[in-house]
Design a protein around this ligand. Structure first.
Ligand SMILES: C[S@@+](CC[C@H](N)C(=O)[O-])C[C@H]1O[C@@H](n2cnc3c(N)ncnc32)[C@H](O)[C@@H]1O
Length: 281
């Protein structure tokens, strides 16, 4: 039995495999988190003329949305994955936006200046040293700048994750979760998140709950296509990567049966919980 974490629980693979995978399945990933991304952009309250940096921008979906809101301002998308930055630049060349650029850099250690707003949709939970990373990112901002991002709430509030992991747990030994470990659920504990922000020097911290549905596998999916996505691009396939093909096929079938219970029309709707976070310098 393998003893390993799902790949996206590891923090150091975004410049490599995870970035490649996000790039390959960008449409499905972006379609899945579009509703929470819309809420995060509204929560940020962008103003015309602002200079924004979109941390962990991936293929740039939110970067382009923000560009439409800041008018003669500017948005820089920053990501660790060169592959994703290349895709974002390809999209940029077709987009007609003149107020956007993309850079490949590590938000935890690079120097960037001088922005009014630091935004992120699920790009700030992967730092090995989040205290150091947030202190560094604060230096990207002007004196009166602000931060506004969305991160996932605790895994217990994303019931579908546990249900899918239970399928994996039938075949592999999964290590117990490590509280606050870098990964999608690093900031599920609001006290920990607040402590990081306070120690980085942010004030007026507000955390609001987002609760809503996400469309697994994108905006058009069946139980079968969503289960394929979970096997190919999400944690279930990663957890079973070293298992025999028959086990993967069995797990896929179990995922299809589970996900049939979440089909609504031509979508597979899963409930999720996220924190909308904002604070001032
Ligand atoms: C879950 S994806 C979200 C992508 C994008 N924000 C979106 O919503 O479509 C997380 C992104 O954060 C990026 N990332 C992770 N750690 C990073 C770091 N230290 N510096 C810059 N980007 C990072 C990854 O490469 C990846 O593109």
């Amino acid at each position: 039995m393998a003893d390993k974490l799902p790949q996206e629980m590891e923090s150091d693979s975004w410049a490599g495999d995870m970035g490649e995978k996000w790039n390959t399945y960008a449409d499905q990933f972006e379609g899945m988190i579009a509703p929470v991304g819309k809420a995060a952009i509204e929560y940020a309250g962008f103003q015309a003329g602002e200079r924004v940096i979109d941390i962990g921008c991936g293929a740039g979906a939110t970067t382009f949305q923000i560009a439409g809101q800041v008018g003669d301002g500017h948005v820089t998308g920053l990501d660790l994955s060169q592959t994703l930055v290349d895709t974002a630049n390809q999209r940029l060349s077709k987009s007609g936006h003149s107020n956007v650029d993309f850079i490949c850099a590590d938000a935890a250690s690079s120097s960037q200046a001088e922005y009014d707003v630091l935004f992120s949709r699920f790009g700030v939970m992967f730092f090995e040293d989040p205290y150091g990373a947030f202190q560094n990112m604060r230096t990207f901002l002007k004196e009166k700048g602000r931060i506004s991002f969305v991160c996932w709430g605790p895994p217990a509030e994303q019931p579908w994750v546990g249900q899918l992991m239970a399928i994996a747990a039938k075949y592999v030994e999964l290590p117990p979760p490590v509280p606050n470990a870098p990964g999608p659920f690093a900031f599920g504990n609001q006290d920990y998140l607040r402590d990081i922000l306070v120690k980085a020097g942010f004030k007026d911290i507000e955390i609001a709950r987002w609760q809503g549905s996400q469309n697994l596998g994108g905006s058009q999916a069946t139980a079968e296509s969503a289960a394929r996505f979970v096997m190919d691009a999400l944690f279930l396939g990663d957890a079973l990567a070293e298992e025999a093909e028959e086990i993967k096929a069995q797990a896929y079938q179990e995922a299809v049966e589970l996900l049939q219970g979440f089909v609504v029309g031509n979508k597979v709707e899963l409930q999720g919980c996220a924190w909308l976070v904002r604070a001032n310098c």
